[in-house]
Ligand binder design. Structure first.
Ligand code: R5P
Length: 320
């Protein structure tokens, strides 16, 4: 861990962005009323990441905004190399703002001879000189403990809850697409004064899932499926179909990170989903009707503001 002595009260704020999600970085900068710092994040002819920070960062409180979304390895290397450059350029503090934290789903050894990539990435970020991390809806909250530096773990539920309340859906049920997501769904039921349902799901391969039964009454109800990630789309597509088969009136989906890989777009388009609501932690260009993208720029911008001005961030951890 770094032992540098900080005089952060006087350190100027500096925001920098890699190539993963420029629109979100610009949204955060706009919220804070600053411009993004100047840097080049390109490639050498052989594909290695080439970084040159043009802004003066000596003594600055720097926030690097980078989602480690696809191409995951490239974006992760950009982040690591940017942080290395900043540390060597005498930035006073480097905070990695990672709206989508890739490699987080391999977070434990659930069989022999497999890695724990979430821990590996945490080690890499610290080795690159990161002093602090801001992230959103980690696949498992305990990944915070893989770091020996402060981690501010924010929840997109603040943004989702506000949106779904505006729809004023009667007879509301919040459904988890699997047993693992029950705690998250349970949290929403309390905030939205809704009932809980859980879909029984088994993963049969990286691309495929099977669903069996539903716990909870969904007949003639408006059901909102909540999840952290939509990857191949199988989980929410199959859950939506099953909920419809069980008599749900309308099915909505709210998921923080639109990874959308493999046949996700096709599966989501064919599923009986009235509205698919995601955030902009990952840029979405998928041609899906009924897709709504809610921005987390304000939430992340406020977190940056509070960290920079030494104010408590904990109020942002709570959902509204
Ligand atoms: C599982 O634990 C996660 O919360 C998501 O449900 C899962 O990663 C979604 O994957 P897919 O979209 O490929 O079914």
């Amino acid at each position: 861990m770094t032992t540098r002595s900080f005089s952060l009260n006087k350190a100027p704020l500096m925001l920098l962005a890699g190539n993963s999600n420029r629109p979100l970085a610009e949204g955060i900068a706009a919220y804070l009323g600053v411009s993004l710092g100047e840097c080049e994040v390109g490639r050498f002819p052989d594909g290695e990441v080439r970084v040159k920070i043009h802004s003066d960062v000596r003594g600055a409180d720097v926030f690097v905004i980078q989602s480690t979304c696809t191409p995951v390895n490239d974006h992760l290397m950009e982040l690591l190399i940017m942080c290395d450059a900043l540390r060597r350029a005498s930035a006073l503090r480097v905070t990695a703002v990672v709206p989508y934290f890739g490699y987080s789903r391999q977070d434990r050894k659930d069989e022999g001879r497999v890695p724990i990539t979430a821990k590996l990435v945490a080690n890499l970020l610290q080795a690159a000189g990161v002093d602090r991390v801001v992230t959103l809806d980690l696949h498992a909250a305990q990944i915070q403990g893989f770091f020996d530096i402060p981690v501010d773990h924010l929840y997109a539920s603040r943004v989702f809850t506000r949106y779904i309340r505006k729809l004023e859906l009667p007879e509301l049920v919040v459904a988890s697409p699997d047993a693992g997501g029950m705690k998250m769904a349970w949290g929403y039921t309390k905030r939205l004064d809704a009932y809980l349902a859980v879909v029984e799901k088994r993963r049969t391969s990286g691309e495929d899932v099977e669903v069996g039964f539903v716990i909870g009454d969904v007949k003639d109800k408006n059901v909102v499926i909540v999840d952290d990630i939509i990857s191949t789309g199988g989980s929410v597509a199959k859950a939506a179909q099953l909920l419809k088969d069980k008599g749900a009136r309308k099915v909505f989906v709210m998921a923080t990170h639109p990874v959308f890989c493999g046949r996700a777009v096709e599966k989501l388009r064919d599923a009986p989903i009235s509205e698919l609501i995601v955030t902009d932690t990952i840029p979405v260009t998928a041609p899906i009707e009924r897709l709504r993208v809610l921005s987390v720029a304000e939430l992340l911008g406020e977190a940056v503001h509070r960290i920079h001005t030494h104010k408590s961030v904990s109020t942002l951890f709570q959902s509204v």
